[in-house]
Design a protein around this ligand. Structure first.
Ligand SMILES: Cc1cc2nc3c(=O)[nH]c(=O)nc-3n(C[C@H](O)[C@H](O)[C@H](O)COP(=O)(O)OP(=O)(O)OC[C@H]3O[C@@H](n4cnc5c(N)ncnc54)[C@H](O)[C@@H]3O)c2cc1C
Length: 454
């Protein structure tokens, strides 16, 4: 069988990567996505004159698999990646500082960055360096480490409440979508090890200069078409059935009716709460585990001002309801005024609040962070809500994340929530897609004639 039929379910970054990986390896690929568009949790939509992202996304230089996907799609030039991590930080009372890494090799670059971070006292800075080095020594695959809350660990390692809020949560709330008290120590240590300690450039920050659908979904559709893949949006899969001969039948429905897709291998790249319902009985060793991961929300407040209010492409806020602010004016296609996206992770308190309430809190909060907003007029403001932006990256989640292989050879799992050794990020999604496609193709019966994965 030189061209195994691979059906990929889910068109987020994990599914797109799996489909490309399988297509590049010579498989005949069908991708089925429930929603009308590809990109999953990373997409954009039109609202009047604006092309709006469902939520601001950033990546780091250490996100090598994700950056590989950008290259594969030919869109790396539609992103910027800092030469050197440099984050302007503003407090809710208007104090400013910068987190700028040094040019020295890791981990000395970190000491230089902290030495210049004047929002921390000298005591907090030196204790922070010690804590970072201690985090570097933790085993992130150890369930005992994962069982501990990052907040508890920080307190036990001499980190003051100010250091937690002004430094540690700056790094981990956005990457883990959880406050320190609610986050897994193992996942926090992963962020510090990969982003801060591995190489001096690892945490250099990157983001898209075009809307997310133009960065991911649309170029992926073109790349898959070039591989001859059959990509269908608006198709909801209801079950994957073993066909009794080592293959599978994927049952799906759409507005035009029901369909069955025969497959030699299947990659299920759907969110964690959807996976068990689609799997054949007995395929998952712990069928309740994925749904037990739960989910955590992210809210974005989008504000258009009638004039430019800042020259900074982005900034981070501490001791403010605002966490990160990104200038999306050019990316969204706005040619006058300025469009800022305010990103709020771990947004449990905000996800259910009415838009008017959120705007009444967030718009005045911007006055301290970006003084130019005090005199500018808000011409448009709205909110996007993602109730299940990531899985809840709490203590004890390591054991709930299955790897790519199921008990049925040829049926593999992908998704940022699977066991990727990364937090729930675009990087994790891409890694999972790659691993799942390779596992599915290796295990497909009869064996696929595709050579060993690289
Ligand atoms: C607002 C927001 C901000 C974020 N910020 C960042 C960030 O700054 N940096 C970062 O790295 N990560 C960030 N993330 C997380 C990142 O976007 C996700 O981890 C990643 O995109 C998940 O990809 P995935 O393919 O695993 O899942 P998803 O993107 O959720 O894809 C799953 C797909 O499966 C489809 N599906 C579900 N059920 C079915 C079915 N029955 N049949 C067919 N299709 C189905 C869904 O429609 C969906 O398209 C953010 C997420 C959000 C929402």
């Amino acid at each position: 069988m030189s061209h195994p039929r691979v059906v990929v379910v889910g068109g987020g970054l994990a599914g797109l990567t799996a489909a490309l990986e399988a297509g590049d390896a010579g498989a005949q690929v069908t991708l089925l996505e429930r929603s009308p568009r590809l990109g999953g949790a990373t997409h954009s939509f039109r609202r009047g004159a604006l092309e709006v992202d469902n939520g601001q996304h950033v990546f780091l230089r250490c996100c090598t698999a994700y950056r590989g996907l950008l290259r594969r799609l030919g869109v790396e030039s539609d992103t910027v990646l800092q030469d050197r991590l440099d984050v302007p930080v503003v407090t809710g009372s208007g104090q400013t500082a910068r987190l700028r890494r040094g040019a020295l090799p890791a981990p000395l670059h970190l000491a230089r960055a902290l030495a210049g971070y004047r929002l921390l006292s000298p005591r907090d800075r030196s204790h922070a360096v010690r804590a970072a080095l201690a985090l570097g020594r933790l085993r992130t695959d150890d369930p005992d480490v994962d069982a501990v809350s990052f907040g508890t660990w920080l307190a036990a390692h001499g980190q003051s409440p100010a250091a937690v809020e002004r430094l540690w949560e700056l790094v981990t709330v956005a990457t883990l979508n959880a406050r320190a008290a609610d986050a897994s120590l193992a996942l926090a240590a992963t962020v510090v090890q990969r982003g801060l300690l591995a190489e001096r450039g690892a945490a250099d920050l990157g983001y898209a200069t075009v809307p997310l659908s133009r960065l991911h979904g649309e170029p992926a559709a073109r790349a898959l078409a070039a591989l001859g893949a059959d990509v269908r949006c608006g198709v909801k899969v209801s079950a994957v059935r073993p066909d009794g001969d080592g293959g599978f039948t994927v049952l799906a429905g759409s507005r035009t009716g029901d369909a069955a897709f025969p497959a030699d291998a299947v990659v299920l790249a759907v969110p964690s709460d959807a996976v068990a319902g689609l799997m054949p009985a007995g395929a998952l060793a712990a069928p309740a585990a994925p749904a037990a991961l739960g989910s955590a929300p992210i809210v974005n407040v989008h504000v258009v001002y009638d004039r430019p209010v800042t020259t900074s492409p982005f900034l981070a806020a501490v001791e403010s309801p605002v966490q990160w602010v990104f200038d999306r004016t050019a990316a969204a296609g706005l040619d006058s005024g300025q469009y800022l996206a305010l990103s709020v992770s771990a947004a449990d308190a905000d996800i259910g609040r009415p838009t008017a309430d959120l705007l009444a809190q967030y718009l005045p909060a911007m006055h301290a962070l970006v003084p130019g907003t005090r005199t500018a007029e808000v011409t448009e403001a709205f909110v996007t809500r993602e109730p299940a932006a990531t899985f809840r990256q709490a203590p004890g989640t390591l054991q709930l994340r299955p790897g790519p292989r199921t008990r049925l050879p040829g049926l593999a799992l992908a998704g940022a929530w699977t066991r990727t050794d990364w937090p729930a990020t675009m990087e994790g999604a891409v890694r999972s897609g790659r691993a799942a496609a390779r596992a599915a193709l290796q295990d497909a019966r009869p064996p696929a004639l595709l050579g060993a994965p690289g």
